[in-house]
Write a protein that binds this ligand. Structure first.
Ligand SMILES: Nc1ncnc2c1ncn2[C@@H]1O[C@H](COP(=O)(O)OP(=O)(O)O)[C@@H](O)[C@H]1O
Ligand SMILES: [Mg+2]
Length: 258
């Protein structure tokens, strides 16, 4: 049975889409059958992050509504990642026709076909988040935060509001590893404030903006700190034990990162 992973946060611009594309890319490289689903309905950008901007790709609503058959809708890109895009026009009322049973049946189907399915949610989870909260098919909820106090507060509130907080893991993104003192909050402070187990610390990558514009996930450069960190998160998602800052921060004597 495949894993269903939901990538979310209360705040926008914290790196959910970059993380979703980068995890999908790396997991596919590791030989997993991966489906990435853009759930930022109406304003999604996962197609850009995955370099699929100009392709016509069915949406998860097409699949759920039976507009397309799964075997026609799902095919991999050059990177091996399967993809469902977000609808360009979206009205929340279109979700009213979807029952939790329909939704669960779709997740069951996806779990039977893929090793990993990654849902990239909009800030706040969006209108469809309730289906994930109500579903016992969801395996992990990745809460993304930067070290900015407003983002950490949002992660803390998001964790408090989750119906299934035990599924949540924190990804601390855009961490300044070279100058840890530049982070408003350190790693320990963020863990303490959010009370969510941490699954990875992704360094700030000065090339992230350019990579996004080119449709290159950060994990396409496994030598970069961010690429390495995202690779480590993939291994942890596969239940491998990798030290939190392995390969991400150089060991220095008496360095304080917290
Ligand atoms: N690790 C990182 N280092 C530097 N910039 C990042 C990193 N992760 C994301 N970004 C930048 O943050 C911005 C928002 O990322 P995005 O994934 O679209 O956020 P969200 O999906 O949460 O709204 C993008 O411009 C992206 O380049
Ligand atoms: Mg996004």
């Amino acid at each position: 049975m495949g894993q269903i992973i939901v990538v979310t946060s209360l705040k926008g611009g914290v790196g959910k889409t970059v993380l979703s594309s980068s995890l999908s890319y790396r997991l596919a490289q590791l030989g997993k059958r991966v489906l990435a689903v853009d759930m930022d309905l109406g304003t999604g950008g996962l197609d850009i992050a995955l370099g699929r901007e100009d392709s016509v790709i069915p949406t998860f609503l097409d699949l759920l509504g039976g507009v397309v058959r799964a075997e026609d809708a799902l095919f991999p890109g050059d990177d091996g990642v399967y993809f469902l895009s977000a609808p360009v026009f979206f009205n929340e009322s279109s979700l009213d026709q979807i029952s939790q049973e329909n939704f669960n049946a779709m997740l069951d189907y996806l779990k039977s076909v893929f090793d990993v399915v990654i849902f990239d949610m909009p800030a706040g989870g969006g209108a469809a988040f309730r289906f994930f909260e109500e579903s016992d098919r969801v395996d992990q909820i990745l809460l993304v935060s930067t070290t900015a106090p407003t983002s950490v507060r949002a992660a803390e509130r998001c964790a408090m509001r989750l119906k299934n907080p035990e599924k949540a893991k924190l990804v601390l993104n855009s961490f300044r590893v070279k100058k840890p003192g530049d982070n408003p909050f350190g790693v320990i402070e963020v863990i303490y404030r959010t009370s969510v187990p941490i699954i990875g610390v992704v360094p700030f990558d000065s090339g992230a903006e350019k990579a996004l514009a080119k449709g290159l996930p950060l994990s396409a450069n496994p030598k970069s700190g961010a690429g390495k960190a995202i690779g480590n998160i993939c291994l942890r998602l596969m239940d491998e034990s990798v030290p939190l800052l392995d390969g991400v921060m150089k060991k220095r004597k008496r360095m304080r990162f917290y």
